[in-house]
Design a protein around this ligand. Sequence first.
Ligand code: ZN
Length: 723
Amino acid sequence: MARRTLGLLTGLAAAALPAAAQHLRLAQVAIRDRAGLDSLARLGFEVADVRRAGGGVYAVIVVDDAGATRLRARGLAPLAVPGAPAAAASDSFKVYRSFDKPVTGIRATLAAWAAADTLIHVDSIGASIEGRPILAVKIGAATDAASRPNILFMATHHAREWMSTEMAMKLIRWIADSLPRPLLAARDLWVIPVENPDGYQYTFTADRLWRKNRRTNGDGSTGVDPNRNYPAFWGYDNLGSSPTGNTEIYRGTGPASEPETQGIVAFHAAHPPVLAVSYHTYSGLVLYPYGFRTGALAPDAPVFQALAGTDMLPGVIDSLPNSVLTHYHPGPSWNLYPTNGEYTEWAYRAHGTIAFTPELTGGCCTPDSSLYYGFVFPDDSALVERVFRDNLPFARAVIAAAADVAAARGPSGLGPTPPRFEALWPETWLSWPAAATVPYSLTLRTGTGAIVSHSLSADSLAHGRWRVTWKSDLSSGAIRAVRADGPGFSAELIMLAGAEDADGGWAGWPRSSDALAGSWSWATPGNDTLLSPVVDLSDRSRVWLQFWTKHAGSTFTPENHGVVQFSADSGATWTDVALVEGDGGSWYPVRVDLPQAAGVRGARLRFAANGFPWWLDAVGLVTDSTVLFRAVAAAGTAEVSENPVKSDLVVITWPAGTGSARVGIYTFAGTPLVRASVAAGLSEYDWDLTVGGRHVPNGAYLIVVQVDGKTYRRRLFVTRPGP
Ligand SMILES: [Zn+2]
């Protein structure tokens, strides 16, 4: 896959800013690393971009005179951004229009559309500080119905992000004109094109780069960041928002202190959206919860990922001519930087809304450095239309997904995941659709044959909706999820390694005492390749890779990333199977399905870092199987999980006794295949039909279990398809 490379701005010396600039302006500050970005965030600046020029790395921010003074006081010189367009306030553009402008402004345009089109309805969900209506457009039926899921598209929390308003306006027109009618009739579709009308208006009349609303703060400063004011994780820390009034990310005096936020909160109470999309600019990202803390993954991560895609199969392709991006990077919001009091996180926590933040367009440099648009996207209707068309497939997928979120299918073709393990060790993560009301329990079979069962308790962050995490206390063996009334599934670690002394055969990365489990992890400062030994998977199907990772990259520099590769021929040739990029400062698990690994004798893994500080631990190959469990054995017979047997694992149970049990499995001709002893108190034996690499042939078998002087028998038929 072609990777984005930032145009090097060689030959363009960064000039000092004119001292007398009155308004907000784009500036760049030399930084060295992630810590430089974090320190800017702690000073209350929103880092909009990172650029490289003349061997240096610069964070792009928006400053006024006071902000520039604060930076200089800390020895950080704000410099002009070479190639940045002039950012003067004006209301005479070909494409962009203010909220209040007569005839062609946002308010007038929506009123005209509503008057001319019976499918378009405009309502106000509240008033801004300066008294402007926060307009919500309903397309389709005038009122909503309980039978139709609500979907919300929203734009321009941040005043200067004009492209997002145009995205929303084009979406209103497209839904009214082109959305297939059966879909329109089956959804309650809402669009709020300007969440922050005062700030938006101000960018046309006074200050092009204004971001916040127009609140007069008690300290003499102006404006609250509307996307840091929501009542979820509000003020969680001072990195994801700021308590200081004159900063770009000021969170306000309290959760939902701003009338604009209150309007959105009230709208959600009346029309809770199943899915929502909150458009911003820029960076070329599709972000989703969580964002308040790095490494935190939402229990609905499989649904977020199905819709937004992955870097291998992205949901939004960037087709802008000369774009520095090929696609928008999808990921949890902390991939960009931590935020708190943010909209999608609040909507997800408060209403279970599957909510996304697309950061429209890449915003940086053409190869010849002639164009840097940033927040000031060109006033060019063809380019604006291109951005809309790039993002339309994702919007359509969101609209389609509302019928059944568990079956969400993204524009890249990524589909729903069945209930499955996301990770096995050192924590077991199990995810399953919210629609599956019957709970699962987890069963462990340890290496010594002991069985431990756990009923699942809800993840504290998840409202019990989608995922359970549970500390595993074994390093290998099968872990099974059992649903009380039907199919369950099983996963078994084939291989597990994490830089410990016993993990021989791995080569390439130094090890670090910064470990997730055990004493060590693998860690590279940026450019090493970690290579696994050859693993024999010749008897395995449904193989997946788990690894736990953390990394110190940046979504602003996606050319610095990690590649996970698989080889089926002991390392002669390699295929990319996953990309890792962005910021990820805390351990989290990744699951990568490897259909190409089934039956492979010479399987091998490689982790290649490209200027990407990267940690890995608990790297495992896992195999899945499906098993049907019965809850309780009937008296007199041994109970089996399925008969005839069509899977790889048969679970044999019997009424619990007090002594140890003897299990025998015989062919119908009387040849013993299995003779096993099961410890006292246990009443289960798992017959793995693939053990030792040999498949039990189809045919009839006899199971005999003896415990406490009683004998339980069962006839079993194996009729598996294939060899
Ligand atoms: Zn924004």
